[in-house]
Design a protein around this ligand. Structure first.
Ligand code: HEC
Ligand code: HEC
Ligand code: HEC
Length: 87
């Protein structure tokens, strides 16, 4: 039963996972191209367990986003404004 529920959660997540996610930050919101990233990576590269809302702090977000960009040598790392777009 738990497996079944897990599978349903994942199916719903795949069906309804947002394409572009606007992450709020006081120093400029971050447009995250979820679908673009999903095409290149597996869900579990970013989500632990069933893919859904990720709890974030500044540090954990920077660790996730910048950590992978550094490792891959791709995507914004240096310039804050590559991610944070002032309104
Ligand atoms: C790869 C993209 C990226 C880069 C580059 C980046 N950030 Fe962020 N930052 C984020 C994300 C994502 C969040 C979390 C937003 C959220 O969860 O709502 C965040 C959160 C923050 C927050 C917390 C905002 C709040 O409302 O609590 C601050 C402050 C911040 N970043 C400063 C910086 C500074 C300064 C730089 C440059 C040195 C920088 N960031 C570079 C993606 C980035
Ligand atoms: C490169 C990292 C990354 C990958 C790969 C990724 N996600 Fe996400 N996903 C995120 C982040 C960051 C959030 C946080 C957005 C939020 O919580 O508002 C998120 C949020 C979600 C949400 C919540 C939707 C929303 O609007 O908040 C769902 C559902 C989801 N992801 C499903 C998936 C599925 C399914 C896959 C694999 C096919 C996947 N994700 C791959 C980073 C990723
Ligand atoms: C698992 C690795 C990985 C994670 C995690 C990741 N990225 Fe990326 N990101 C990439 C790669 C690789 C590129 C370069 C894509 C290209 O050049 O085609 C990229 C490119 C980008 C770009 C440049 C524009 C674009 O979409 O191509 C932005 C902005 C961006 N990422 C934001 C984020 C934010 C914000 C997060 C965290 C919520 C994040 N990324 C997490 C791998 C990752």
């Amino acid at each position: 039963m738990r497996e079944l529920l897990g599978a349903i959660v994942i199916l719903l997540a795949v069906a309804f996972g947002a394409e572009a996610i606007n992450l709020k930050a006081y120093n400029g919101n971050v447009d995250f191209d979820h679908m673009g990233h999903r095409k290149k990576f597996g869900c579990s590269d970013c989500h632990e367990g069933p893919p859904r809302y990720i709890e974030r702090t500044k540090d954990s977000a920077h660790k996730l986003c910048l950590g992978c960009h550094k490792k891959m040598g791709a995507g914004p790392v240096v310039h804050c404004s590559d991610c944070h777009k002032p309104a």
